[in-house]
Design a binder for this molecule. Structure first.
Ligand code: KG4
Ligand code: ZN
Length: 356
């Protein structure tokens, strides 16, 4: 069975063909037209520009995805499309295109939840998980922990109460001059910071020595809400503390050691995730953890969650690095299971900005 998957929920137009044989999903093609360069000029995604760019790209990349897969539309069994959540004008482009294509070629159409699609990217990785498992989806718009009961049945265990984890990196990255989207640049800067010292605390001692005018507490950032018993996240307190810290340095005309700052900030974000994911693994008897979404590309987070999985005796399942960000393959992969479960969308399918 072959599925053609469409994704246009934010700033990537993406189309992919996957094939499902003997219980495994194989990637035949994966074409992504990224708009990052356009939005970088504005420091973030401009929804109206995103919608227009999706319209310009979608026909071309559909042809390319079919061509690279070496198939024609007559060899496709169903069409899958992200219908929610995301930017409404952006989502509507792939939804309308997929509906038109499915109708004109008499193909079944299935709708796909963007967050389930991020999780499904792990089915294309080395350790493809089998439900039940815990999944943590970390993206520019979401920070959610799920109990994946079956390929299509998810229970939300916790989510962010304010900023998403990707925003937490992008917003502070912007303040310290890393171009949008700042996640990957922040990752590299933090890497320099972690290397600067044998331990983070040692690094901070060095920073004190370089800047004795600073009070101790000025160099420390708070650990985000880890004390309560829920599996929810909160990153706005850490973000505000980081902005205040940066302002204090600016007002005093002192230079902050940016790599160390990035390392400390990353450390706090990663520990907050590890803390909640650890609790989720303690509460649910599963043997696999999926970590997915754009922020799953973060090297420090991957290391930390790898160690956590060893501690808890569960297998860490990561999507291939290039499938962590938005792509069509993850939509097609989730589309396989939606199709097999009997889900069908009609021509009345609409896009929705929200989660459900
Ligand atoms: O899943 P995604 O591609 O799009 C959404 O659905 O939001 O995630 C994009 C987010 C951005 O915030 C970007 O800065 C972040 O993923 N990101 C990273 C890294 N690579 C991308 N964050 C931290 N470390 C990275 N290496
Ligand atoms: Zn995404």
């Amino acid at each position: 069975m072959r599925i053609l998957g469409f994704e246009s929920s934010c700033d990537e137009t993406a189309v992919s063909v996957v094939e499902y044989i003997d219980g495994r999903i194989h990637l035949l093609s994966d074409v992504v037209a990224s708009q990052v360069e356009i939005h970088r000029l504005y420091g973030g995604v401009v929804p109206e520009i995103a919608s227009r760019a999706h319209i310009e790209a979608i026909s071309r990349i559909t042809e390319e995805a079919l061509e690279r897969a070496g198939v024609t539309l007559s060899q496709i069994d169903a069409v899958a499309v992200t219908s929610h959540p995301g930017l409404i004008g952006a989502l509507l482009v792939a939804v309308s295109f997929a509906k038109g294509l499915a109708y004109s070629h008499r193909l079944p159409l299935v709708e796909v939840d963007h967050m389930k699609a991020h999780v499904a990217a792990s089915y294309l990785g080395e350790n493809a998980p089998e439900p039940p498992f815990i999944a943590v989806a970390l993206s520019g718009g979401h920070t959610s922990i799920y109990l994946v009961k079956s390929y299509t049945e998810y229970e939300l265990l916790g989510c962010t109460r304010d900023d998403a984890i990707g925003e937490a990196f992008d917003k502070i990255g912007r303040v310290i001059g890393i171009p949008y989207p700042a996640g990957a640049g922040f990752d590299r800067l933090a890497d320099q910071g972690f290397r600067l010292a044998t331990s983070l605390e040692e690094g901070y001692r060095q920073a004190y020595a370089a800047s004795p005018a600073c009070a101790d507490k000025e160099l420390y950032l708070p650990t985000p809400a880890t004390k309560d018993d829920t599996l929810d996240f909160s990153f706005s307190g850490l973000k505000t503390a980081a902005i205040n810290l940066l302002h204090r340095y600016e007002m005093k005309g002192e230079e902050l050691n940016l790599p160390l700052f990035a390392a400390k900030y990353t450390h706090e974000v990663v520990e907050a995730v590890a803390n909640k994911v650890g609790k989720a693994l303690d509460r649910h008897a599963v043997t696999s953890l999926v970590v997915c979404g754009g922020v799953a590309a973060n090297s420090h987070l991957r290391d930390r969650l790898g160690r956590l999985c060893e501690e808890k005796g569960v297998t860490l399942c990561l999507p291939p690095l290039k499938l962590c960000g938005d792509n069509g393959a993850m939509v097609a992969a989730q589309g396989v299971y939606e199709y097999l479960s009997g889900q069908r969308a009609t021509t009345a399918l609409n896009a929705r900005a929200t989660d459900d």
